[in-house]
Design a protein around this ligand. Structure first.
Ligand code: FE2
Length: 252
């Protein structure tokens, strides 16, 4: 299965006095065009889709995503407003089904996709409370033989001294790690939030953080080579080979 990942697009409502607004829209537009050329089976959005959680931002996001040929699956970031996001994508049935949390499992492919909600309104850091822990355990235990790809906004581990203690409540990131470690069907976890590219072994599988699609917020990429060129990820996911990831830089 081929999965494209987009993260941290931080879309702003159109504003002629705000250069970042057109820049970020252009980054996403160019990624969407390039993704269509790669013909992935699905596109995962790992949060911070918009900057302020406003309806006019989601309206633009919707327009920018509409050319995508493949189905897309968002999880919220700390910048998103779950209710406004849901309202913007009412035709996406899996988004409407949940209650307090915007999490879901997709069983349409050879690899199961499980989106995890790590957000709480007004909180910048991640949350993975007991209710979410119970949901993830039950969800994974429902189909233990299916290779499963997880995606979430907040990485449940530190990244050097740049991203430390990313979860508000001590022990919640460790709880997520423990749940995944006991379930070998998980082939990987895709994350956002940190705005730079990090891959590591985690919980007996692999975790991958992708850089922000918004180039003005991106960290850790050589700007002399990459300046102005948005990056997204392509992940090949399979039962035998696990997760094989490639950063794809959109043409200048
Ligand atoms: Fe972000």
């Amino acid at each position: 299965m081929l999965v494209a990942q987009i993260s941290d697009t931080h879309i702003l409502a159109p504003d002629p006095d705000l250069p970042a607004a057109s820049l970020r829209a252009d980054c996403l537009r160019r990624c969407v065009a390039d993704i269509n050329c790669q013909e992935p089976d699905a596109v995962l959005l790992t949060g911070d889709t918009v900057q302020h959680g406003r309806a006019d931002e989601y309206a633009l996001l919707q327009r920018l995503l509409s050319p995508l040929a493949a189905p897309f699956f968002p999880v919220p970031g700390n910048r998103d407003d779950k209710q406004v996001l849901r309202a913007a994508f009412t035709e996406r049935r899996f988004l409407a089904e949940g209650g307090e949390f915007l999490h879901y499992a997709i069983d349409d492919y050879d690899v199961r996709l499980v989106g995890i909600d790590s957000t709480l309104s007004g909180e910048r850091k991640g949350r993975f409370c007991e209710a979410r822990q119970a949901w993830l355990e039950a969800t994974l235990d429902a189909r233990p033989d299916m290779p499963t790809l997880l995606f979430i906004h907040h990485p449940p581990f530190d990244v050097d001294d740049h991203y430390v203690g990313g979860y508000r409540i001590p022990g919640e990131a460790a709880a997520l790690e423990a749940i995944v470690r006991r379930r070998p069907q998980v082939v990987g976890m895709l994350c956002g939030h940190v705005h730079w590219s990090v891959s590591r072994a985690w919980a007996g599988t692999e975790a991958c953080i992708m850089p922000s699609v918004a180039v003005d917020l991106r960290k850790g990429i050589d700007e002399t080579e990459a300046r102005g060129r948005p990056v997204y990820m392509l992940h090949r996911v399979s039962r035998g080979k696990g997760l094989v990831s490639e950063a794809r830089m959109v043409e200048a």
